[in-house]
Design a protein around this ligand. Structure first.
Ligand code: SF4
Length: 460
C-alpha cells in the first residue's frame, strides 16, 4: 500500500472521502466498472456490514448489496429490528471485478485504505464481515481495526455471572439467573479486547487497545490498582488456575506474566514471532500456550519462561484461539482452517481436524472435557471430543463461546446480543431457532433457517 494513497488526505467527512474515491483509478478494476460503489447508510451507524465487492446490479446502481444477496441482507437487518438506513454497508473493493471473479490480493490491498477511512469516520460498534475476503481483510491483516471484532465475554467461576464486552469502552456484568445487568457498566479506557474472570470469580481482568490490562473488583465494580502496562493492544488475558498470575498477549509479539497481588511483571516477556491473539494456562498452571497470526502455537514453561519444544505447526495461516482440555492432555486450536486437537505431551496432532467452513475465532472445552465448542462467523458448533463428531446442528450464533462451570449453559455472542443455551437442548433445532428469533417463526422463516426439517410453530 502506497503511503500517498488518496484516501489518507481525502478530507474529514464520509462525503469528502466518497468524493475522492469517485474518480479512483488506482487498480485495474477501474477499467471495467460502470461506477465506484463506495458504500451506503448512516454515517454514524453502530453496525456496519462489509462485503466482498460490487456485482453486476451494484455496479449499475451504484449501491452495495442490491441484488439477491442484498435482499437476504435486508431480511437479516430487519430480522434484528433495524432498517438499511440504520446501518452502513460497504465492500472491500469498490469496483466490480470482471465477471464477478474474486478480487485479487493486489486489488484488495490497493483499495483497503478507502475502507479504513470509512471505518475510521463511521466508528461502528460492530462490524459484520460478509464472506471470506472481508473477514480476512478485517480480522487477520488489519490489526488497527481488529478492535471492532464482536463481543468478548466470560463466565464467572461459579457460573452465576457473565461479563460481556462488545461496546468499545465498557464491560457489562449480568446475573445469569435473572438475565439482568448487575450494576453499572465498567468503563474501560482503551476499549475491551479481552476479558477473563479470576478463578474465584471476585476479580475480572480486561485487555485494551491502549496497551494495558486492568484488574477489577467484581463486587464494587472498581478498578484494582494501576493498569498493567505492556506494549501494543492486549488481545488476550487469562488467569492462572490459582489466580495468582495473569497472562496477557499483545500485538507487540509478546505474552507477559503479571503478579496479581503486586501488579508487577514476572520475568521477561515470552517472545512469540508476532501478535499474540490467544493465551491459555494448562490446568496445573505449569504451561502457557500462545497463538497468533503466524499460524504457530507455542508452549511455554511458566517457571522458566522457556519455550517447550518446537511450535505446533497449525495448518492455517492464523491461530485465533487456544484452549487446554480440563485434564491438560489435549490442546484445541481454532484458526483460519478448521479446528485441530493436539497431544500436549508429543506436540502431535491428535486425530484429524474438526472441519468448519469458516475461520474459528474461539474454542472452549466443556468443564468435563467431553464437548468442544467452536465459534465461527457461520455458527457455533459442538463436538464430541471422543469421536470428533459434531453434535447436533450449528447454533445460530457466532462467537465467542463460553461454558458455565457446571457445563449446563453455553453463552454465545452475535451481532444482536449474547444468548445463553441449555447444553442439553442443543441437539434440537427448535430451541435454537426460538432462542435466536425470540418468537415463533412463520413457515417461510422456518424454511429459510431450517430447510429439511418439519415446521414447528412453537416457541415457548
Ligand atoms: S477497486 Fe478501489 S482501488 Fe481499485 S479503482 Fe476501484 S476504488 Fe480504486
Amino acid at each position: 500500500m502506497s503511503i500517498s494513497h488518496p484516501a489518507l488526505d481525502a478530507g474529514s467527512t464520509l462525503l469528502d472521502v466518497a468524493g475522492a474515491a469517485h474518480d479512483c483509478t488506482l487498480c485495474a478494476l477501474a477499467a471495467g466498472r460502470t461506477q465506484v460503489v463506495f458504500g451506503v447508510g448512516a454515517p454514524d451507524a453502530r453496525l456496519m456490514f462489509v462485503g466482498e465487492g460490487p456485482g453486476e446490479q451494484e455496479d449499475l446502481q451504484g449501491e452495495p448489496f442490491v441484488g439477491r444477496a442484498g435482499k437476504l441482507l435486508t431480511q437479516l437487518i430487519e430480522g434484528i429490528g433495524l432498517t438499511r438506513d440504520d446501518v452502513y454497508i460497504a465492500n472491500v473493493v469498490k469496483c466490480r471485478p470482471p465477471g464477478n471473479r474474486d478480487p485479487l490480493p493486489v486489488e484488495i490491498e490497493t483499495c483497503a485504505p478507502w475502507l479504513d477511512r470509512q471505518l475510521e469516520l463511521i466508528r461502528p460498534r460492530v462490524v459484520v464481515t460478509l464472506g471470506n475476503f472481508a473477514t480476512k481483510l478485517l480480522l487477520e491483516t488489519k490489526e488497527g481495526i481488529t478492535k471492532l471484532r464482536g463481543q468478548e465475554f466470560a463466565f464467572s467461576r461459579a457460573g452465576t455471572m457473565l461479563a460481556t464486552g462488545g461496546d468499545l469502552d465498557a464491560i457489562r456484568l449480568w446475573d445469569v439467573a435473572s438475565h439482568r445487568q448487575a450494576g453499572a457498566p465498567l468503563a474501560v479506557p482503551g476499549g475491551v479486547e479481552s476479558v477473563a474472570f479470576s478463578p474465584g470469580g471476585g476479580m475480572l481482568a480486561t485487555g485494551s487497545t491502549d496497551g494495558t490490562a486492568r484488574l477489577w473488583d467484581v463486587a464494587s465494580h472498581r478498578q484494582i490498582g494501576a493498569p498493567l502496562k505492556s506494549a501494543g493492544t492486549v488481545d488476550a488475558v487469562a488467569f492462572s488456575p490459582d489466580g495468582a498470575m495473569l497472562a496477557t498477549g499483545s500485538t507487540d509479539g509478546a505474552a507477559r506474566l503479571w503478579d496479581v497481588a503486586t501488579h508487577r511483571q514476572i520475568g521477561s516477556p515470552f517472545s512469540a514471532a508476532g501478535t499474540v491473539w490467544s493465551v491459555a494456562f494448562s490446568p496445573d498452571g505449569a504451561m502457557l500456550a500462545t497463538g497468533g497470526p503466524d499460524g504457530r502455537v507455542r508452549l511455554w514453561n511458566v517457571a522458566t519462561h522457556r519455550q517447550i519444544g518446537a511450535p505446533l505447526a497449525v495448518p492455517a495461516s492464523s491461530v485465533y484461539s487456544v484452549a487446554f482440555s480440563p485434564d491438560g492432555a489435549m490442546l484445541a486450536t481454532g484458526g483460519d482452517d478448521d479446528t485441530w486437537l493436539w497431544d500436549v505431551a508429543t506436540h502431535r496432532q491428535d486425530g484429524g481436524p474438526l472441519t468448519v467452513p469458516e475461520s474459528v475465532a474461539s474454542v472452549t472445552f466443556s468443564p468435563d472435557g467431553e464437548i468442544l465448542a467452536t465459534g465461527s462467523t457461520d455458527g457455533v458448533r459442538l463436538w464430541d471430543v471422543a469421536t470428533r463428531r459434531q453434535v447436533g446442528n450449528p447454533l445460530i450464533a457466532t462467537n465467542p463461546v463460553a461454558f458455565s462451570l457446571d457445563g449446563r449453559l453455553l453463552a454465545t455472542g452475535s451481532i444482536d446480543g449474547v444468548r445463553l443455551w441449555n447444553v442439553a437442548d442443543l441437539a434440537d433445532i427448535v430451541p435454537q431457532l426460538c432462542a435466536s428469533a425470540g418468537q415463533s417463526l412463520t413457515r417461510a422463516e422456518w424454511a429459510q433457517y431450517a430447510s429439511g426439517t418439519a415446521y414447528q410453530n412453537v416457541c415457548s
